[in-house]
Ligand binder design. Structure first.
Ligand SMILES: *[C@@H]1O[C@H](CO)[C@@H](O)[C@H](O)[C@H]1NC(C)=O
Ligand SMILES: *[C@@H]1O[C@H](CO)[C@@H](O)[C@H](O)[C@H]1NC(C)=O
Length: 485
């Protein structure tokens, strides 16, 4: 939404419907319309890229835009040291964790480095990690792994440990990653902030998009059928209990909007803080990219290189990319696709031939080279919930985006036409966008990538995210910190 900076209120009349009657049909038909209403239909061409720092003063809790737009003083230590409790189902040690755990790890490692006392309540790590635990530097978060099976989260065990620690010296703020802390425990905490990495109304939309990619002759899987039947009660349930959480952190602008406008949570308790990625791990390095290209065998006469990263599963849109790309390469013999990640779709990509390089899961340093080797990053996701960190990583590496047109991505990532291309999650629309990308060619894409890099290094750094959360936590602890600047 960067192009419509002066947050003009969109009409809310479409929300004023009677929930009690024909609710199912209303939800089914108006949600897509709502999202359309709430995303600006025009992008001003005179958007200056420097305008992403927003002028703002007053009570931060009233800010409806992402706090990443604010500037925080980073060279000074925090005004007070906070004692922070974090509830995360898992804590990444060595392994490649999911986005939510990576977020928790990046954020709380940064806060601990800034001097805060961070206590993480989590499940036992897989394997023998006692060595890793001991090797942690003194300024890292203190881990409290509850007993039991590795990787299996037991909130009641974690809660017991929290209570004990809280009795010794009370925590200033409690941070829960999604429902790590279940509602009936969390609702009693006045100093709680919950980060939502996807909410039920977004998964409803996700289910719709996923089912639409099903072929006419393909039966609906029983698991999907039962999930789709259960999602509406889940939405209603969330709307009923979310209001009891003290503070909500939405990780995208569209999620913030849903929480305020659809879940009816007071503005003052909904805050948008977009996740950030480590600046050291992802950056522009042309040489590294070129070396990577030749190492993996992309010929020097390749006209364009696309890249996709993440788990190779259905809901990340791989049926869509596979189908679109298999048609596309018949016309474009010099366009290559690098697939970074593993999952059920791996072998199907291998079957597409030499123009698809399937490289499996990657370490962070390999990922850095991968991003630098491509001309454009493709994210065909069918899940509008949450926001894939790969989008931020690609932009931070100076690459433009080709992604599904979802409110989460459109409203927070591809906020400027310059940042890339969007398509409706169907093969025809995807192919059309691919043709437009090829027509532009690598030089124009590199120029777009430069704009992406500039935006990302202001908005999507781990440091910016950590400072925004720090400010929110200070504000939860003591109201005087809520006044900005
Ligand atoms: C989904 O399950 C319901 C029963 O729970 C059944 O009536 C319906 O036919 C199923 N739909 C599909 C498309 O399989
Ligand atoms: C690109 O180079 C490869 C050899 O590296 C060659 O086989 C292919 O024909 C070339 N393509 C074009 C269009 O020049």
């Amino acid at each position: 939404m960067a192009s419509s900076n002066n947050k003009t209120k969109k009409p809310t009349s479409s929300f004023q419907f009677n929930l009690c009657t024909t609710l199912f049909f209303i939800v089914l038909f108006t949600i897509p319309a709502l999202f359309l209403l709430h995303t600006p239909t025009t992008t001003s061409i005179c958007t200056t890229l420097a305008s992403h720092v927003k002028p703002f003063s007053g009570d931060l809790r009233l800010a409806e835009f992402a706090w990443n737009h604010l500037s925080f003083i980073q060279d000074q230590p925090p005004p007070i040291v906070l004692k922070i409790a974090v509830f995360s189902r898992k804590w990444p040690i060595g392994t490649t964790p999911g986005g939510m755990e990576r977020h928790a790890h990046t954020l709380h490692t940064a806060l601990a480095r800034r001097g805060h006392q961070v206590h993480v309540f989590t499940s036992p790590p897989p394997g023998d990690t006692s060595i890793n635990l001991q090797a942690s530097p003194p300024s890292s978060p203190q881990l409290h792994c509850h007993e039991g099976e590795p990787g299996r989260w037991r909130y009641n065990k974690a809660w017991e440990q929290f209570v004990k620690e809280n009795q010794q010296q009370p925590f200033d703020v409690v941070h829960s990653e999604s429902v790590a802390l279940p509602h009936f425990v969390a609702r009693n905490l006045p100093n709680l902030a919950v980060s939502w990495h996807g909410i039920a109304l977004e998964s409803l939309q996700s289910d719709i998009f996923q089912d639409l990619t099903r072929r006419a002759d393909e039966p609906m899987s029983p698991a999907f059928n039962s999930s789709i039947q259960g999602v509406l009660p889940k939405v209603l349930n969330e709307i009923r209990f979310f209001k009891n959480y003290a503070h909500h952190v939405a990780i995208s602008n569209s999620c913030g909007e849903i929480l305020r406008d659809f879940y009816q949570i007071p503005n003052k308790r909904v805050h948008v803080i977009v996740n950030g990625v480590d600046e050291e791990d992802f950056g522009k390095d042309v040489k590294l990219g070129n070396e990577f290209r030749s190492k993996i065998g992309i010929p020097s006469n390749a006209s364009l290189v696309l890249g996709v990263a993440g788990r190779l599963v259905k809901d990340k849109g791989h049926p869509l990319l596979h189908e679109a790309y298999s048609r596309f390469i018949t016309k474009h013999p010099n366009v290559y696709l690098i697939v970074a990640g593993s999952g059920p779709w791996e072998n199907r990509y291998r079957d597409l031939g030499d123009q698809v390089l399937v490289l499996g899961s990657m370490s962070p340093s390999m990922l850095k080279a991968f991003y630098n080797a491509i001309d454009i990053f493709v994210n065909p996701t069918l899940r509008p919930q949450g926001l894939d960190l790969t989008l931020m990583e690609a932009m931070m590496s100076g690459k433009p985006i080709l992604a599904s047109r979802f409110p989460s991505i459109k409203g927070t990532i591809v906020v400027d036409d310059e940042f890339g291309f969007m398509f409706a999650p169907n093969v025809e629309s995807f192919l059309e966008a691919l043709e437009a990308v090829v027509e532009e060619g690598p030089e124009r894409l590199a120029k777009r990538g430069k704009a992406c890099r500039e935006y990302a290094s202001s908005m999507f750094t781990a440091r910016k995210m950590a400072l925004a959360y720090e400010r929110l936590f200070l504000c939860i602890k003591d109201e005087t910190f809520c006044t900005y600047p």
